[in-house]
Design a protein around this ligand. Structure first.
Ligand code: NAG
Ligand code: NAG
Ligand code: NAG
Length: 704
């Protein structure tokens, strides 16, 4: 008997050593020489942003670039003049200071700089302006603004941007990882591989790998830390950063055209989905619903980020933190009044201010309501909003972040809530947004639920769904953290990329959803797939009426139905709401040499990583509910046609789960609910993958 056990142990160890490292799966597209040239220029400015390379092209261009002398080259002279007044006064945020968009004076500078970038009349002017900013302005200010400008300028649309964790690894890796990277850089490589392995450092090929744990409950004993593998996932945090960069709250959407009428709706849909996804992860970790909080009672959930910027560490908030103290009286009063104002308007059934009247009975009022909670530039109009409005989100982030009041106008001790790159790490983030969503859902109660008639797709019946096995697992994922180090003059010639952070990350095996649909006639349909809870945390069945907002949209697609039986097969790899994680920049540069770029990174890099579509299963299988809905396809109106490839634009986002539900109406033949189980294979806790027995053996990549 004994020998058998030992043998099993050996097998387990051997299996342990074959935990795969994530391989990017993607297709490329060909680009011409001009594209390659511009793309390289865009990327070069991101290299080692805390350092200036005086031999580099951008330095030569940026150092002597004179904005005032080139004012003719900007389409909005007023914007240039505004920036110049700011710049010449010498009072802009100096280098070597934390930049956060949530501080008013820094935000004003970012907006002024953004205008300068945005109104440059051609790419050459934009590039020169960016080079100037790279040389002279604060690093964080430059990075933030440049990233968004590349996304927003029509002439740089479709160019590839580096993942935010490659550009600024400090905001994605814990302090211990960075310290180990600095050690190896200073030691000029590994001195003794056995002792390095004890530090989780190994050399593979021509780079160093730093195994990294998530901040664990060993460090601060909070059950919320069970979710760290999700909330600290670099792809998950990058996703949130992309969301902001695409539609920064301070930027008016008139510049986007037709989606203007949907901005507040996008806001609601994004956070509702994010919270639904997070809730599912809580369920399988036995955590139950997102806790609520009061501004007047101690905030139960503390948070201890183990992170630092170059200048100060990130703020740690203890458990039972009291928000309502003298320093915050005024802010809490504001938050409270903002909430009550909204309630009051709800009770009146309409909103009136600044020459605007919005009836809450009108479904399109969601646009206003979303804008109200985001306090974005579309709420009234840019000028009014700027002058009279104060943002609920920003003030809430400030008080919940628990940072000290600083004296100097530019000294900030930031919390994770001060950056889009790190916000998702703090459990209180979800508590805050769940609170905001609850207010919006109260507004949604004004909407007439969809009736059976609205939802019925006459003549179409979903007769069966079959889903292949759903399995999650942890795999290693490497991200390039080389930009966190400082380079010697010699190294700057080649920008070595030799430091990789390796973390176990959640993934799932590819699966297939087979849908059988019977149709009386040939027609065009839209098929949607959602996943939601089957039972609540206490094991009771979930009712759609109560929990419609906890369903997470996995996929939608248009489908031609033939008369009679149709067999639809949909692979998880093709689910449109998701994408592959970003390819490292070193690989992009290699692809550029061949005149190629990864297709998805140029077209829809802002989606959630495909890896994260399913919540972690349990070894015995955790039950969830799959919901498939088939409804008639109607072509989008002309002005929205361009978006049709990405979004089903002619229905509310999240349709039919975009508003309160009547259970009775959700029993249509063109709907199908099915219980599915998600299993988890391999190690259940990611930290067990970070012990030397796993990484001192060579990795063999098995097929998944
Ligand atoms: C404007 O840009 C063009 C190239 O785009 C350049 O030749 C010219 O010198 C710039 N400056 C002015 C003042 O036009
Ligand atoms: C990760 O955490 C485990 C458990 O605390 C520990 O044994 C291991 O050494 C850690 N690994 C690294 C690379 O920090
Ligand atoms: C108020 O709105 C109406 C209609 O939108 C517009 O005609 C009018 O000029 C506005 N008044 C002010 C003072 O902005």
């Amino acid at each position: 008997m004994k020998t058998v056990i030992i043998l099993l142990g050996l097998v387990a160890l051997a299996l342990g050593s074959v935990v795969p490292v994530h391989q990017h799966k993607y297709t490329t597209k060909d680009v011409d020489a001009k594209f390659v040239e511009v793309q390289r220029k865009i990327l070069w400015l991101f290299q080692d942003v805390e350092q200036i390379n005086t031999d580099d092209e951008y330095y030569k261009i940026g150092k002597d670039y004179d904005i005032a002398a080139n004012i003719e080259n900007y389409t909005n002279k007023k914007a240039v003049e505004e920036f110049l007044v700011m710049y010449k006064s010498g009072t802009m945020l100096p280098k070597y200071h934390v930049f956060t968009i949530f501080k008013e004076n820094m935000r004003e500078q970012a907006i002024a700089l953004f205008h300068l970038f945005y109104y440059a009349k051609d790419f050459e002017t934009f590039y020169k302006t960016a080079a100037f900013a790279r040389v002279y302005l604060n690093e964080g200010l430059f990075l933030y603004t440049y990233y968004i400008a590349v996304l927003q300028r029509p002439d740089t649309h479709g160019y590839v941007l580096p993942a935010p964790y490659e550009v600024y690894p400090q905001l994605f890796a814990n302090l211990d990882v960075l310290n180990r990277i600095y050690d190896i850089k200073m030691e000029n490589g590994i001195v003794d591989s056995d002792s390095a392995a004890q530090y989780g450092i190994v050399k593979e090929n021509d780079y160093f790998v730093f195994y990294a744990n998530y901040s664990s409950a060993f460090i601060f004993n909070s059950e919320e830390q069970k979710l760290a593998y999700l909330t600290e996932d670099v792809g998950f945090n990058a996703y949130y950063y992309y969301f902001h960069s695409h539609l920064p709250f301070w930027w008016s959407s008139t510049k986007y055209g037709p989606l203007k009428e949907r901005r507040g709706e996008v806001y609601f849909y994004f956070y509702q989905q994010l919270l639904a996804r997070y809730y599912l992860e809580r369920l399988t970790n036995c955590l139950g619903p997102i806790p609520q909080f009061s501004w007047y009672s101690p905030i139960k959930t503390g948070f201890y980020p183990l992170m630092t910027t170059y200048y100060t560490p990130l703020v740690q908030r203890p458990d039972l933190y009291v928000v309502h103290t003298e320093k915050n009286y005024e802010k809490v009063r504001f938050l409270d009044i903002y909430e009550k104002t909204f309630h009051q308007y709800l009770q009146e059934g309409q909103f009136t201010a600044f020459n605007k009247t919005i009836s809450f009975f009108d479904p399109s009022a969601i646009n206003f309501v979303g804008n109200f909670w985001q306090d974005n530039a579309d709420l009234y109009d840019e000028e009014v909003t700027k002058k009279f409005q104060r943002s609920y989100e920003i003030v809430a982030r400030q008080v919940l972040g628990a940072g000290p009041e600083t004296v100097d106008k530019y000294t900030v001790m930031p919390s994770v809530l001060d950056f889009y790159q790190t916000s998702l790490r703090d459990p209180v983030f979800y508590q805050l947004y769940s609170r905001i969503m609850d207010y919006i859902i109260e507004f949604k109660e004004y909407q007439e639920p969809y009736s059976s008639q609205n939802l019925l797709f006459s003549g179409v019946e979903v007769t069966d769904i079959e889903v292949t096995k759903l399995t999650t697992f942890f795999e290693f994922y490497d991200f390039d953290a080389s930009d966190s180090i400082f380079l010697s003059k010699e190294e700057m010639k080649s920008y070595p990329h030799t430091f990789k952070v390796r973390q176990p990350r959640l993934n799932h095996k590819s699966f297939t959803v087979n849908i059988d649909v019977k149709s009386d006639t040939a027609c065009d349909a839209v098929v949607k797939i959602f996943i939601g809870p089957k039972y609540n945390e206490n094991g009771f069945p979930v009712s759609l009426e109560k929990d419609w907002m906890k369903f997470y949209e996995l996929d939608w697609f248009t489908q031609k139905l033939n008369q009679g039986q149709n067999k639809i097969t949909r692979k998880s790899d093709d689910f449109v709401m998701f994408k592959e994680d970003s390819v490292p920049m070193t690989e992009i540069f290699k692809l550029l040499d061949q005149g190629k770029i990864p297709k998805y990174m140029s077209e829809y890099f802002y989606s959630m990583p495909n890896r994260l579509m399913l919540p972690k299963g349990t070894p015995g299988g955790y039950p969830f509910e799959l919901f498939v809905f088939v409804y008639p396809y109607e072509a989008a109106s002309k002005d929205l046609a361009a978006f049709e490839e990405f979004l089903p634009v002619n229905k509310p986002f999240g349709y039919p789960l975009d508003r309160p539900v009547l259970d009775a109406s959700f029993k249509q033949p063109n709907m199908y609910f099915k219980e599915v189980q998600i299993n988890h294979e391999g190690e259940v806790y990611p930290y067990t993958l970070n012990v030397p027995s796993y990484f001192t053996k060579p990795n063999v990549v098995p097929k998944h």
